[in-house]
Write a protein that binds this ligand. Structure first.
Ligand code: MN
Length: 215
């Protein structure tokens, strides 16, 4: 389904308590029904007086921020980014473990040596990301992987990298359960990653001009 204005809060692909005990129900509920909803409402408010952008998808808005009028560019960057990043974050998780395999497994082994050293590097970078933001696994248009910290609700799309996986490191993603213990959140998040879905995104990234062809 191609989404555009007015954006709507889509249900999660699993129940709020489905990721227990790794991520608790209360955190999932506030994160989805309150935090994500706020980004959606603010994005719709921002775009309401600009019908010329009502057919634009999130991806198009984020890939072409510089084409938007100056007076709404920052609000779209923050709020379309917030909607896009949360959508990706929630869709990256699953209560049913999915194995890493195929082309993405090969690329992770090529770039990081093996899965454990990838997880170690990713965890260390997540722990050291300063302030609020997301840690990303991204691909360039030739399939080369990188781990990339981005602040606030910035997205790899804005710098022409293809987003594969993001770990939300805003305190709202873990504070209710883990308070300041970000390391515990990271360790509990890893087993929930839906590698089947991330592998599917990697296949998309490998298609020539994947970013330009986004809906
Ligand atoms: Mn969040």
């Amino acid at each position: 389904m191609v989404e555009h204005y007015p954006f709507e809060l889509q249900p999660l692909p699993y129940l709020y308590d489905a990721l227990e005990p790794n991520i608790d129900m209360e955190t999932m509920y506030f994160h989805h029904a309150k935090h994500l909803r706020t980004y959606i409402d603010k994005l719709n408010e921002t775009l309401a007086p600009y019908p010329q952008y009502h057919a634009w998808t999130l991806e198009r808005l984020l890939l072409h921020l510089n084409e938007l009028p100056g007076e709404i560019r920052e609000d779209v960057r923050k709020n379309a980014g917030g909607v896009y990043n949360h959508k990706l974050y929630f869709e990256s998780l699953t209560p049913v473990p999915r194995e890493l395999d195929g082309a993405l497994r090969d690329a992770i082994f090529l770039n990081f040596g093996n899965y454990n050293s990838f997880q170690k590097t990713f965890s260390e970078m997540a722990l050291s990301l300063f302030g609020s933001g997301n840690l990303w696994l991204v691909s360039d248009n030739r399939g080369k992987l990188a781990i990339l910290p981005l602040s606030n609700q910035d997205t790899p799309l804005a710098i022409e990298l293809y987003p594969l996986l993001n770990l939300d490191l805003w305190e709202h993603a873990y504070y209710l359960k883990h308070q300041n213990r970000r390391a515990d959140y990271i360790a509990n998040w890893f087993p929930l990653v839906n590698w089947e879905e991330i592998g599917r995104r990697y296949q998309e990234a490998l298609i020539a001009n994947a970013l330009q062809n986004m809906p």
